[in-house]
Design a binder for this molecule. Structure first.
Ligand code: ATP
Length: 233
């Protein structure tokens, strides 16, 4: 579905990703594990066409994305929930969610998607008229995930959904990610929180410093000694 082949890229004169290859299979939850500054967000930026690929290729549904503009990549079925699950604070919950469907003009389809998001997050329906910036970080994270779903993507990229959230909200949102996947959306989860991520993922890549040093089924990675000592303490 999505193949990143031998990707090397970075900023200015420095490369932050080196020869990175990943393969995202449809219907699964895949994850990229790495600590601060490992290059996780840069990988997402390269997939979305925001950071140009210096070497290597990104293939999406059989098409090489070289030179493709970010808005065309988004329109082809990839949505991204950015790091820190940011919302537009002066807009209501419903307005934030509607923005996620900006490529869809059919009003009844938008209404249906909104109903689907409210079914996943009943709390957002209760607060649909509230300004997003006045809500707790955990509820803002739900808005951000909901906004990603409003695009009805084939592939949802989620950049560190646990960042800054209390353990309770992390647990709740990870459950929602599983639920979203069970409803048919392929997920690529980029995280530092290895334990909880591997608990819901099918397959993972370990990217400590811009290079993939280990990959495998989530269960095998959980049992991998190098991964355990680096990420589980
Ligand atoms: N726009 C930019 N210009 C220059 N350097 C950048 C830029 N964005 C990121 N970097 C650098 O690239 C490296 C990788 O950053 P990246 O954000 O991809 O890492 P990350 O794994 O997502 O980490 P974090 O969890 O801290 O966001 C870091 O050293 C960072 O300082």
């Amino acid at each position: 579905m999505l193949k990143v082949k031998n990707l090397t890229t970075g900023y200015d004169k420095v490369n932050v990703l080196h020869d990175v290859s990943i393969n995202i299979e449809p219907g699964k939850i895949s994850c990229i594990l790495g600590s601060n500054g490992a290059g996780k967000s840069t990988l997402i930026r390269s997939i979305l066409g925001l950071t140009p690929v210096r070497q290597g290729e990104v293939w999406w549904n059989g098409k090489n994305l070289a030179g493709e503009k970010p808005h065309n990549i988004i329109a082809s079925g990839i949505a991204c929930i950015p790091e820190g699950c940011k919302v537009f604070p002066r807009m209501t919950v419903a307005e934030n969610l509607s923005l996620g469907a900006f490529l869809e003009s059919n009003r009844s389809e938008i209404k249906k998607r909104l109903a689907d998001v409210y079914a996943i997050f009943p709390r957002l329906q209760e607060r649909q008229s509230q300004l997003a910036g006045t809500m707790s970080g955990g509820v803002q994270a739900m808005v951000s995930i909901g906004r990603g779903l409003m695009a009805k993507p084939q592939l949802l990229l989620i950049d560190e959904p646990s960042l800054g959230l209390s353990p309770l909200y992390v647990k709740e949102n990870f459950k929602v990610i599983q639920q979203i996947n069970a409803l048919g959306t392929t997920v690529l989860l980029v995280e530092q929180n290895a334990r909880q991520t591997l608990a819901i993922a099918d397959y993972g890549y370990v990217l400590p410093q811009g290079r993939v040093v280990a990959e495998g089924r989530a269960k095998a990675l959980t049992e991998n000694d190098a991964v355990r000592s680096a990420y589980f303490g």
